[in-house]
Design a protein around this ligand. Structure first.
Ligand SMILES: Nc1ncnc2c1ncn2[C@@H]1O[C@H](COP(=O)(O)OP(=O)(O)OP(=O)(O)O)[C@@H](O)[C@H]1O
Length: 325
């Protein structure tokens, strides 16, 4: 059934993370204009942020909108995992006078963008060629840890809508077992996201400082990165090395689970900020350190997504598919 007026432009696209909300107007297929990034904390609700953006860009009539958001989307009521925004999709659609509003997980949106990203915006970190017709895995640390994939099907790629950031963290060696114990003593269940995220960088730093019997400093994730990369703080550097190694384990686990010989894509806001260091960090050796499956993993290319607004491109693809059916 047609959803009505599918060719009405502009369309409103949004990518809502735990820290930032990114908005754009799509004025023709794949053409994004007026991209703005608003801190989520500056607005009491998503609807208020959307209204503020639309007012800012001039109140052009928008009929269709798509949102990728950092939480599971299981029905009409949406509750963010790492921020307090919560809303009804239908009430928001009506309040904003939209004909259609679709809401999908932000990493489902990011997965949908993968076939559309220019090669020059992907930084390959090891491995061989992608095997066409195979699944593409996606994992990305930011405020949280997003996970998704594209699975080939006769009708094209199908995106996964899972919550793979919340699987249990799997320590690889004694140091990681000690970090796991430190985290479990404070938080109970230790998910992968607990350590592989911006807050996770801080937690790993605290754990390593405590294990070394050092007084920890009050450092943010960005501070740890800056000091680790500049060489000013060996414990910060150890934190980055541990973080990248743990991400290698998590990415390889995902690749094995999915048979992702089409490649593993790394999204989120953290890895692109570390990109030069990341290429020679413990990430890739750890990715391949999987016993009898080391050769299998050695062939899989890893691509760091170095695009500015990739999830908006995925939201555009999701909306186009929705309006065509
Ligand atoms: N230079 C840096 N190095 C490492 N981490 C950083 C740096 N700058 C910011 N961060 C962390 O990155 C996280 C924000 O990630 P991102 O830019 O992906 O935002 P987001 O899209 O709002 O997050 P998400 O989609 O995961 O909810 C925050 O936890 C922040 O502390």
């Amino acid at each position: 059934m047609s959803t009505g007026l599918p060719n009405t432009w502009p369309r409103l696209l949004a990518d809502i993370g735990g820290t930032n909300a990114r908005f754009a107007l799509e004025t023709a297929p794949g053409v994004l204009e007026d991209i703005q990034v608003l801190p989520c904390a500056s607005h009491p609700t998503l609807e208020a942020a959307m209204r503020s953006y639309l007012a800012e860009v001039g109140s052009r009539a928008v009929a269709h909108a798509a949102i990728g958001i950092a939480n599971p989307v299981t029905g009409d009521w949406v509750q963010m995992t790492n921020h307090h925004w919560a809303f009804s999709i239908e009430a928001t659609r009506q309040a904003l006078g939209l004909t259609s509003l679709i809401v999908i997980n932000d990493f489902t949106a990011l997965a949908l963008s993968l076939p559309h990203l220019p090669r020059k915006e992907l930084v390959q970190v090891g491995g061989g060629d992608a095997i066409s017709g195979s699944p593409l895995a996606l994992i990305g640390p930011g405020t949280g840890l997003g996970v998704s994939a594209l699975i080939p099907s006769p009708g094209g790629y199908m995106p996964l809508a899972g919550e793979g950031g919340h699987v249990s963290f799997a320590p690889f060696d004694e140091r990681e077992a000690a970090i796991w114990r430190y985290a479990r003593d404070r938080h109970g269940h230790v998910s992968a996201e607990r350590l592989l995220s911006g807050p996770g960088l801080v937690l790993i730093y605290h754990a390593l400082a405590a294990l070394a019997g050092e007084a920890e400093q009050d450092l943010s994730a960005a501070d740890i990165t800056a000091r680790g990369l500049s060489g000013d703080c060996p414990r910060c550097r150890e934190t980055l090395d541990a973080f990248c190694a743990m991400l290698g384990t998590a990415a390889a686990n995902l690749a094995l689970t999915l048979g992702a010989r089409g490649g593993v894509y790394l999204g989120g806001g953290i890895v692109p900020r570390l990109i030069d260091y990341f290429k020679t960090s413990p990430f890739r050796p750890r990715f391949e350190d999987k016993g009898r499956f080391s050769a299998y993993l050695a062939g899989i290319p890893v691509f760091v997504i170095n695009s500015r607004y990739p999830a908006l491109i995925g939201a555009s693809a999701a909306l186009a598919a929705h309006l065509e059916h």
